[in-house]
Design a protein around this ligand. Structure first.
Ligand SMILES: [Zn+2]
Ligand SMILES: [Zn+2]
Length: 51
């Protein structure tokens, strides 16, 4: 099965934090822990998805 670059994270495996704080997330953000990025759910952090 062919793999394609994930469009959600643009192949990085990391997507912007989905929490909407209207700016940067606080250090205690439950989703990203303040890193502003979370593992991409579409590709499970691999950066690739099934074509
Ligand atoms: Zn992805
Ligand atoms: Zn966050």
């Amino acid at each position: 099965m062919a793999k394609e670059k994930c469009g959600n994270c643009n192949g990085t495996g990391m997507a912007d934090c989905p929490m909407e704080y209207g700016g940067r997330c606080p250090d205690n953000c439950p989703a990203c822990g303040g890193k502003q990025k979370v593992k991409c759910q579409d590709c499970k952090g691999t950066g690739k998805v099934d074509a």
